[in-house]
Every structure is written in C-alpha cells, then in structure tokens.
Design a protein around this ligand. Structure first.
Ligand code: UT7
Length: 341
C-alpha cells in the first residue's frame, strides 16, 4: 500500500531523513516446555492455561545458554537480512530485564561475541516494552545522522527469574530474542512515529523486588523469594488493555491513519484475551492481528521482536505495508510504533 504522509507529525518530514528496519531476525531455544509438562510441576491444567492465556508451550534456554547468546543469534539473522556485517554496526542497544549479570551490560557482551570493539553498547530496561523503546531510541540516532546502522535487540531468559512453584506466573513466560537493524533507506518512510508512556505509581503490579540497591541479595532475600518475578495478574491485565489501546490510537492519529490501513497489528504477546480485547477495541479484523504466543508465551522484551520477524517470514508483510506494534510491561511502561515496512 502506498500512502502519502502529509501529517507533519510523521517525523521524517521534519528532519528529512527517514529510518527503516532493513533486517529482522529472531531466535528461540530448542527446549519446548508444554502445558502438559507444567501439569507435572504445579497444580494447573492445559485447559486452564489455554482458556485463560492462549499459551500452549514456551521455550526454555539451556543452563549454559544466556540472554547474550540468544541476542547474538537473533542479531546475526537480522544482519543477514539487512546485508550488513558486524563491522558496520555503529550502536548496539539491548532491551532486557534478564541481563547476563547486573553489570557490565549485556550489549557489551553481545558486542564482544559479535567480534567487534569500540562501538557504543548499552542496555535499556523497559520490561516488555523494551523493544519499542529501543526502536524509538535507535531511530533518533539514525534520523539525526549520528549513526547510519543501529542494532536493536530484545532478549530475555525469563526462565531465570520465574518461580517454578508459583502457578500464577510460571505458566506465562518463555525465553527468546528478536533483533532489528535500523538504517535510512531511500524512498521509504520507515518508522513513522512511536508513542511511549510510563506510570511508575503502579510499579508494584509487576516487579522483581530483589537484587537491586533496595534489596541486595542475602540469604534472607533468597529465602523470601525476592529474586523472582511477581505479578498482580488481574490489575496488570486491565492496565495492559487500556494503555495498549490508547497508545495505538494516538500513534495512528499522529500519522492520520485509521486501523483499516494497517496490514498487520503486532501486539505484545502476553495473553490472547488481552490481544483480542485490544484488537477488537481498535476495530482490527482478526486476520490483521499477528499471534504467536501459543508457541512462546510471554517473552517480555523479545515478544514483539520475535513476532515481527515471524510475521515478515510468513509473507504476511510486504515492503510498503503499514504495520502497528503495540506493547505493555512492568514499570508500568507501554508504547506503540507505526512503521511503513
Ligand atoms: O508482560 C506484561 C504484561 N502481562 C500481562 O499483561 C499479564 C496480565 N494478566 C493475565 O494475563 C491474567 O491476569 C492471568 C493469566 C495472569 C490470570 O488470569 P485471570 O483470569 O486474571 O485469573 P485470576 O488471577 O483471577 O485467577 C483465577 C483463578 C484463581 O483461583 P481462585 O483464587 O479464584 O480460586 C487462581 O488461583 O485461577 C487460579 N490460577 C490458576 N489455576 C490453574 C491462577 N493461575 C493458575 C494456573 N492454573 N496456572
């Protein structure tokens, strides 16, 4: 679809240099953990998990497979699609809440594993919203002509912070990584706009209390399970639907678009009921909405990155199509991006 963007809030119109995603790639670990496997771990059932979440299985990284390893595999695939080599990268951003270690940042470890040195590399922490925060940030550097080629990765080993005795959370999450290469491409509008938001007042709805300066690791903090992810599910659900709908609507409005012009809506893959509620409130047809959470569960910052890669690989999205990414996560944080593919 060819759309002429006359709305001045499509930012390339201001700065004269657009930023496109020229390559995407993803990676998920080989080990599959099914709902039937979880029935053996906690008091749950395939029926409950399927009807309440839509998840059938998720991937779990090996003990010696870290967030950086998954990030590198996704990055290599994105670089291959974009036709760039590691030596061309000028900035590496890794969105994650499960870094290899508190410091140094995972992006530096990724840089080293890609065999390059000296380019800036940092992590970004916006939980499940991290990939869109990263896209927006990376785009600023390309549009401002600071850098020509930026690598943005969403990668998580969420299995490392899941309490495998808590049925409220352990059935929901999975591991994986997705990556994008950002570059200017002639005659393409690329990333048109991103709406980002946050509400720290609701930080307690979804958090991991231990491991930071407030609650450093002690024998007591470990015994009290402070180093596991915690979530108040119902409240998080309500906030997710509300925030994703309003971010997506604002993003469309900024570009002067309506939902029928969007080829593919790619929402954060946390719960099928959230995805369906967001899709129907936005007026999207079911065939416009991309869903893969049945295979991977909620992979946090990797979620929309993996989904974008799979949507592109499936042939669902052609160059020139308009897509809408929308995310929500701990913080609370949220965001929506409109992209001309
Ligand atoms: O990535 C960031 C964004 N994350 C999200 O947006 C997730 C948002 N929340 C959700 O997806 C849903 O709230 C959940 C899937 C987490 C829970 O679904 P729900 O419909 O809100 O269920 P609930 O928390 O109200 O629990 C209903 C019942 C409870 O039993 P009682 O207290 O009514 O007797 C739970 O104990 O279901 C029980 N339950 C389970 N039963 C079987 C909770 N987890 C399970 C389970 N298996 N795994």
């Amino acid at each position: 679809m060819s759309v002429e963007f006359t709305n001045p809030r499509a930012r390339h119109a201001f700065v004269g240099r657009s930023c496109s995603i020229t390559g995407v790639g993803s990676y998920v670990p080989a080990r599959v953990l099914t709902n039937a496997d979880l029935e053996k771990l906690v008091e749950t059932s395939d029926e409950w998990i399927t009807t309440r979440t839509g998840i059938k299985e998720r991937r779990i990284a090996a003990a010696d497979e870290f967030t950086s390893d998954m990030a590198v595999k996704a990055a290599e695939r994105a670089m291959a699609m974009a036709g760039v080599t590691a030596s061309q990268l000028q900035l590496i951003i890794v969105a994650t809440i499960t870094p290899d270690m508190p410091f140094p940042n995972t992006a530096c470890i990724v840089q080293h594993k890609l065999g390059i040195r000296n380019v800036p590399a940092f992590d970004l922490e916006a939980a499940c919203s991290g990939f869109i925060y990263g896209l927006e940030l990376g785009m600023q550097f390309v549009m401002s002509r600071t850098y020509d080629t930026v690598l943005v990765i969403g990668a998580e080993k969420i299995s490392s912070i899941v309490d495998w005795t808590d049925r409220n959370t352990c059935v929901l999450f999975g591991d994986g990584a997705g990556a994008a290469i950002l570059q200017h491409r002639e005659n393409s509008a690329g990333l048109l706009t991103s709406v980002l938001g946050a509400d720290g007042q609701k930080a307690d709805l979804l958090s991991m209390p231990g491991g930071g300066s407030r609650c450093p690791a002690t024998l007591e903090s470990v015994a009290a399970k402070q180093h596991y992810l915690r979530m108040t599910g119902k409240e998080t659900f309500k906030n997710a639907v509300q925030a994703m709908c309003s971010a997506a609507t604002e993003a469309l409005n900024r570009c002067g678009l309506n939902i029928s012009q969007i080829k593919c809506l790619i929402p954060h893959q946390a719960n099928l009921r959230i995805i369906e509620a967001v899709g129907s409130r936005l007026g999207a047809k079911p065939e416009q909405v991309f869903v893969n959470l049945d295979k991977y569960g909620n992979t946090s910052a990797a979620s929309v990155a993996i989904a974008l890669d799979e949507a592109v690989a499936s042939g669902n999205i052609q160059r020139g199509d308009l897509i809408l990414l929308v995310v929500f996560g701990a913080g609370l944080t949220w965001g929506a991006s409109v992209i001309e593919w």
